[in-house]
Design a protein around this ligand. Structure first.
Ligand code: GDP
Length: 451
């Protein structure tokens, strides 16, 4: 996610790091590099212009020339402005005073609406809501079946015109507007407090599609209309978003496929172009690949300042709270981070489903991205075997591992002594990173930026 943009921005800042004072020429050069990086990431031209204009103006002001560390102050300004184009603060779902809350999904075909419907349903269910999914996409042959499958996985019931359409090729008949109305009535009757309406999309923006979505909106009066957009479609995202804003209007945006190698500009443009907040991000094909969207956390991720908060939140979701809290504390304080913890952390990360994604959220990982991309999950097994072959004393204090102990551990775990050494080196650097994060508030590589 945003890997290229992230690399370009961080290397721009690296050039500034050793400078005490910044001349106007330094700032102009930096702003030029930022502009290129954003344009290459497919961020819409007007957004880039506004962004770089504000960064330049602030960078030339007393805010920077008077700062103790001007280079860090520039990073902070870019961070602030990124947060601002991403919509400022997070915007949670708003719920109806009198249930059911109606949430309608809109977007092009393939944007990820049906998948999102399941993710959102699971998310709401886990928060104690009792959602009902409504299949009002009667355009795509497979759509009703797909929603039923997704609903089953999420443990959420699905209201469909023809439950269990037998053939994948059979197009369910009926009027999608009526199905949406009936779905909301069903939710009221069965006391579901939230209704999520999945609507049809087309491959491109067309009048009929807009009219149908607008009719469903008018008929069901949703509390939220979420526009789902595929972050991988690049520059087209802005045109599509504007068309939906005019044709249907929406209250919030969901960015899907943020896990792809997309240049990501859609994500950075859509909130400022439409004036609607980004509320959720979809980051994979599985139900759990879903997050609430926090502009500030996304900005830190793009600037490679890591996203400890999301990491901790994901950890909390997957494990019992106590264990997660103690791990979070260790991450933050860097205190007593042992080889056992290192192993537990790796195992937990694997449990979370996508190790690569999680590692990407750790600060300072930008430089290690290549290593992460080549990450082999079997590595966790190897690490486990090695750590398990150590005595408790060795685990607590790896420094006592001399040549003969290492040879014993290597034999016990079926690896070479060199592999044992490699593990110890990696553990030490992880431990150092934890300590550093604890001391500086978590920004290695940035030299302890304020804030
Ligand atoms: P819809 O036509 O808008 O309902 O789109 P679907 O939900 O059917 O999604 C289209 C395709 O994109 C499916 O193959 C999904 O598995 C895939 N997809 C949806 N969301 C994501 C995501 O966040 N990441 C990735 N990698 N794939 C996704």
């Amino acid at each position: 996610m945003f890997a290229t943009l992230s690399d370009r921005l961080t290397s721009t800042f690296k050039n500034l790091r050793n400078k005490g004072r910044l001349s106007e020429a330094d700032i102009d050069a930096t702003v030029r590099q930022i502009r290129r990086a954003l344009l290459d990431a497919d961020v819409a031209v007007p957004v880039v212009r506004e962004f770089t204009g504000r960064v330049r103006e602030r960078a030339l002001s007393a805010e920077v020339s008077g700062a103790l560390n001007p280079a860090q102050q520039v990073v902070k300004i870019v961070n602030d402005e990124l947060i601002s184009i991403l919509g400022g603060s997070a915007r949670p779902l708003s719920f109806a005073k009198v249930p059911p809350t109606v949430i309608m999904l809109a977007g092009l075909q393939g944007a990820g609406k049906t998948t999102l419907a399941g993710k959102l349903a699971l998310h709401l269910r886990e928060q104690g809501h009792t959602p009902l999914l409504v299949a009002a996409d009667l355009q795509r042959p497979n759509a009703v079946t797909q929603l039923s499958v997704v609903g089953e996985r999420a443990g959420v019931p699905v209201y469909a015109p023809h439950p269990g359409v037998a053939s994948e090729l059979e197009v369910p008949t009926g009027d999608p507007v009526q199905v949406a109305i009936d779905g909301v009535a069903e939710a009221r009757a069965k006391v579901h407090d939230v209704v999520i309406i999945d609507t049809a999309g087309r491959l491109g923006v067309d009048g009929e599609l807009m009219a149908q979505a607008a009719d469903i909106r008018a008929a069901t009066n949703p509390d939220e209309v979420l526009f789902v957009i595929d972050a991988m479609i690049g520059q087209d995202a802005v045109t599509t978003a504007k068309a939906f804003l005019d044709g249907v209007d929406f209250t919030g945006v969901v960015l899907s496929k943020l896990d792809g190698d997309a240049r990501g500009g859609a994500a950075l443009s859509v909130a400022s172009v439409t004036g609607r907040p980004i509320m959720f991000a979809s980051t994979g094909e599985q139900l759990r690949d879903f997050e609430a969207f926090y502009p500030d956390r996304m900005a830190s991720r793009i600037l490679d300042m890591g996203d400890i908060l999301t990491l901790i939140e994901q950890a909390e979701k997957a494990f019992d709270a106590e264990q997660a809290a103690s791990m979070a504390k260790k991450i933050v304080s860097g205190d007593g981070f042992t080889l056992e913890d290192f192993l537990v952390q790796m195992q937990q990360l694997r449990k979370l489903g996508s190790m690569k994604k999680m590692l990407g959220m750790l600060p300072g990982m930008g430089q290690m991205r290549e290593a992460i991309d080549n990450f082999d999950e079997r590595e966790v097994d190897r690490v486990e075997a090695i750590v398990r072959s150590m005595t408790p004393m060795e685990r607590a204090n790896p420094k006592i591992l001399n040549g003969s102990r290492k040879a014993r551990v290597a034999r016990g775990s079926g690896v070479t002594p060199a592999e044992v050494n490699q593990l110890l080196v990696r553990f030490e650097s992880a431990q150092k990173m934890m300590k550093h994060m604890g001391k500086t508030g978590g920004l290695p590589g940035m030299g302890g930026m304020p804030g």
